[in-house]
Design a protein around this ligand. Sequence first.
Ligand SMILES: N[C@@H](CCC(=O)N[C@@H](CS)C(=O)NCC(=O)O)C(=O)O
Length: 287
Amino acid sequence: MVQLSDSDIHTREVLNWQGLHLLHGRMSSCSQKLRIFLNLKGIEWQGHEMDLAKSETYGEWFLGINPRGLVPVLVRDGAVHIESNDILCFLEREFPEPCLIPAMQAEEVTAMLRQEDDLHLDLRTLSFRFVIGRTASNKTPEMLARYDDGSGTVNSEPDHDKRAPEIEFYQRLASQGIPDDTTRASLAKFRAAFDDLEQRLSWAPYILGQCISVMDIAWFVYASRLQFGGYPFARIHPKVHAWREKLTADERFSQEIQPPPSLLETIARNHAEWTRSRSMLADIMEF
Ligand SMILES: N[C@@H](CCC(=O)N[C@@H](CS)C(=O)NCC(=O)O)C(=O)O
């Protein structure tokens, strides 16, 4: 569990925040996962929305709360928690009803959440390329240098190792954009993961069996993001498609993943152009 220690937190005002606060991003997949979890649990929370397009999480104020510069962050009565999957497990312990991490399947959930976390940069690659249409970095070298300066600590330890993949991601984006072979490698990982879900959903209504769980939330967010990117679920993973449609009918799910109207317009415009130039997701992967 990643609860920051007092010396990690330089933006001291959050230590006085009472109740449950969420620093989050509207289109951040990890934030969407957490907001759906909070909705299903019926937990009240106060939001502090960060603008990721403007790199607000790389500003001094936010880095003083989470030195990793990432949302979501949960602050509960002045205690600061980072890492979305750790936050989910913390909330499950604090608010056990309704159960979203069945005790009997806790080990399986831990392994599946780790796999989901490991795919995070692949999701970002595909999101940037096929949903947001961003193929250049929105982080300047100065921003990355400040982020990399090594002063941030997690549990009083330097945290450079955790930040290095973020820095590399944005440096690569700046130098080479998102090439087709990178896109294909990320898509292949998702295809394998969705093949597994297709099997699970062929013998049970939800990913872990008869009841909805945190894994349905996590994969609903990933599947919905890729659906907006043009992933052909109905054709190649029909069970996953039907399961996602069923969850979409529940507002506690659908309201959290819906892009704002301006982004929907951008997606429609880009997809029309990429269809003409045969550079849609399904063209690149030859699905
Ligand atoms: N392992 C982290 C990943 C969090 C993460 O990557 N957050 C992204 C949004 S989904 C972010 O804050 N990105 C900020 C940026 O790249 O500017 C978690 O699960 O909380």
